[in-house]
Write a protein that binds this ligand. Structure first.
Ligand code: PTJ
Length: 248
């Protein structure tokens, strides 16, 4: 589809096209298109830009990832369609593993996702070989199946666009969880250690930049981040944006 450059919502429509292409190429499930629509709605409400609050969360996430002993980036269909380059780049900057982990699991889709990551420079991708499968407890969805060389033994897991059940299960399993979620009220957003309320299409590159910058400085191991407070600030941003649009 041709999207005129002058279209006021061109940027958002281009991102949508990436998802549709990802769906046609077998990376994204139908449900992923719906999940994206929900994300678009929240992006609209936060003003389609990275807030100061989200910049704070990005900095905290960079610090946690750089201090991790073993970090893993968990990749689903939507993330692979939207930011394949950024996934590979972030993994190389922080020395993380990349693991494909799907809610609507299928061998075929895992292969397609791994293919796109390899095309973007990934060397090793976990989550593909059933020989290394382990299950995280307290979870019924397909996402409980993880790689024993990856999420199973990681101390920090980055899980963009995650479902709430697994975030809670990962927390119970002793993992530190960082997520990207445009909905600050979602169960994942509320259960994670650090929630970046931002579109992955903006936030992933900002996280890479922050990690690169922070790598050069000494990291404070005792840093504190109040996720609930940060999320409340995002909800206030939404409330204020709604207030500005209300003329009654
Ligand atoms: O590829 P699979 O099989 O693992 O399935 C992936 C989806 C995304 C379909 C699956 O994990 C799912 O159903 O997710 P949910 O429960 O709908 O949660 C997705 C969350 O991500 C929602 O809170 C959305 O608001 C948010 N979201 C959607 N698009 C973006 C986003 N957050 C950040 N950036 C986005 N582009």
């Amino acid at each position: 589809m041709q999207i005129p450059r002058s279209h006021p919502r061109a940027a958002s429509l281009h991102i949508r096209e990436r998802l549709v292409r990802g769906y046609r190429d077998g990376l994204v499930v139908e449900e992923g298109l719906l999940a994206h629509g929900r994300g678009e709605m929240f992006d609209y409400l936060i003003g389609e830009k990275t807030s100061k609050t989200s910049h704070e969360a990005i900095k905290a996430a960079a610090r946690m990832l750089l201090l991790a002993k073993r970090s893993v980036i968990s990749v689903n269909g939507n993330l692979a369609a939207l930011c394949p380059k950024e996934i590979v780049l972030l993994a190389s900057v922080i020395g993380a593993e990349i693991e494909v982990n799907l809610f609507y699991a299928s061998k075929k889709r895992k292969k397609v996702i791994a293919g796109i990551l390899k095309k973007n420079g990934a060397k090793e991708i976990l989550g593909l070989d059933a020989k290394f499968s382990q299950k995280i407890p307290n979870l019924d969805s397909a996402r409980r199946v993880v790689d024993e060389r990856g999420i199973f033994i990681a101390d920090v897991v980055l899980v963009p666009l995650e479902d709430g059940d697994r975030t809670v299960a990962l927390k119970k399993f002793g993992k530190k969880v960082i997520t990207f979620d445009l909905n600050p009220m979602s169960r994942t957003a509320q259960a994670a250690d650090i929630t970046i309320v931002d579109n992955v299409t903006r936030g992933m590159q900002l996280l890479i930049d922050s990690c690169k910058k922070m790598k050069k400085s000494r990291l404070d191991k005792k840093f504190k981040f109040d996720n609930k407070k940060n999320l409340s600030q995002s909800i206030i941003i939404i409330k204020n944006n709604l207030g500005r649009m209300t003329h009654a």
